[in-house]
Design a protein around this ligand. Structure first.
Ligand code: CP
Length: 317
């Protein structure tokens, strides 16, 4: 694997899921694979899971880890090409990446959607600069339009929690939120589910359809109760409008996931990438209930990251 920014960077999804599950059985199976090599984890946005699971995964492989919480600890970055830097920005992203090239064998970056300019976000204006200027493999720790390490963890979680021979029905359901949230997790989950042996549907209110470049032919149902029928897995996530970019069109019905709503499912397991707004996106009873596999999903972030770092190291060694 030369880079990891989307499902298209994975040669064989089933193989990498298998690899991650083997790592889960024995996380220290390759303790020296990254010896003498350094991974830079660059966070332009906040994180709990991605930061810590990536650090654990890298340490399990013997990698040196540099974590830069750029928004808080680094110079104020300039992203515009040709900018006259006579304002608040102190260091151009191009220069920062060139320096990271000197220090790191792998660069991993988190760069959320700015949610102000649709074109910039759709075109991955920050991640693309890392891809352009990095001379080492680049890993996305969530970008404007995708969250691939989360999606791989989601695939691992569904694989190990599915039961029976039948293809599981997986429902991605929109949930309410108090502020506009990017579409990255929803887009990414939709992309990865289309590579899995599952029956996949998306449910969201009118006005909240995700970008068809990601959802393609996946059925989008605007009636949540209808979509949840017979579901084996329900993935809860908020996102703001894509068409009316970053807007929050009014939603009259209550879309918060509750135990009552789960009654029509096939005793569905509930997933969420976290962080979650309790009693806004889903109820306490769902979050703390026996069908929630949300903490297991969070644990699998370690094995998702470790499988990817290991594959990238195969290219470097
Ligand atoms: N799910 C996820 O990416 O969590 P963090 O934002 O805390 O890293």
């Amino acid at each position: 694997m030369k880079k990891f920014t989307a499902v298209s960077d994975v040669d064989n999804l089933q193989e990498i899921i298998k690899k991650a599950l083997l790592i889960k059985e024995n996380p220290l199976s390759e303790p020296d694979k990254g010896k003498g090599k350094t991974i830079g984890l660059v966070f332009l946005n906040s994180s709990l899971r991605t930061r810590l699971s990536s650090q654990i995964a890298a340490q399990n492989l013997g990698l040196n880890v540099l974590t830069l919480n750029a928004a808080q600890e680094a110079w104020n970055l300039e992203f515009a090409d040709g900018a006259v830097m006579n304002g608040d920005t102190v260091e151009h992203i191009k220069d920062a990446i060139e320096v990271l090239n000197q220090y790191c064998d792998i660069i991993a970056v988190r760069c959320f959607a700015g949610m102000k300019n649709k074109e910039d976000d759709v075109n991955e204006s920050i991640l693309s600069q890392f891809e352009q200027h990095a001379k080492v493999p680049v890993i996305s720790l969530e970008s404007a339009t995708r969250h691939p390490l989360q999606s791989l963890a989601d695939c691992i979680t569904i694989t190990e929690n599915r039961t029976g021979e039948r293809k599981p029905k997986v429902v991605l359901t929109w949930a309410p939120h108090i502020k506009p949230i990017a579409q990255a997790v929803g887009n990414s989950f939709a992309e990865w589910m289309q590579e899995m042996e599952v029956d996949f549907v998306i449910t969201n209110p009118e006005g909240y359809d995700l970008d068809r470049n990601f959802t393609k032919a996946v059925p989008v149902i605007h009636d949540q109760d209808e979509a949840l029928k017979d579901a084996d897995f329900v993935y809860v996530k908020n996102w703001s409008s894509f068409d009316d970019y970053a807007a929050m069109p009014e939603v009259k019905e209550n879309w918060m996931l509750t135990n009552e709503k789960l009654e029509v499912t096939n005793d569905a397991k509930v997933m969420h990438c976290l962080p979650v707004r309790r009693n806004v996106e889903l109820s306490d009873e769902v979050m703390d209930g026996e069908n929630s596999i949300i903490y297991r999903q969070a644990k699998n972030r370690i094995f998702s990251a470790q499988a990817v770092f290991s594959e990238i190291l195969d290219e470097l060694n």
